[in-house]
Design a protein around this ligand. Sequence first.
Ligand SMILES: [Zn+2]
Length: 119
Amino acid sequence: MSTQDVANAFGVSKNTVHVWRRRYTDFPNPVAIVAPYVFIYDSDQVRAWHTDHSKDFKQFGRPKGGRTSHIVKVHRLNSDAGVRYQAACSTCDWRGDERASEGVARRDASKHRREAVTA
Ligand SMILES: [Zn+2]
């Protein structure tokens, strides 16, 4: 399958496939190069690789207009000062301030989701 076929198979852009090749050292090597920069992949290898990494792709989110939303969750912390709530991003390691109110922590989370969209 060509790079375009890989993109079609998983509902992503060709550019995303290039990103996968760069980001993941275990991305299957092309089985043939039919022209400069035109790679052909083994369909079974690519599908097996994609299954192995399906958790990562959930974390990066679905590309929407070329942008990826960060996954931010509000955690409940039990400290000496009582219960605190803190928003934390699993996409970029960002953490919000510890808040006494869960509502305020949720607002921190939404703010980060809005602002920290990576191209
Ligand atoms: Zn983030």
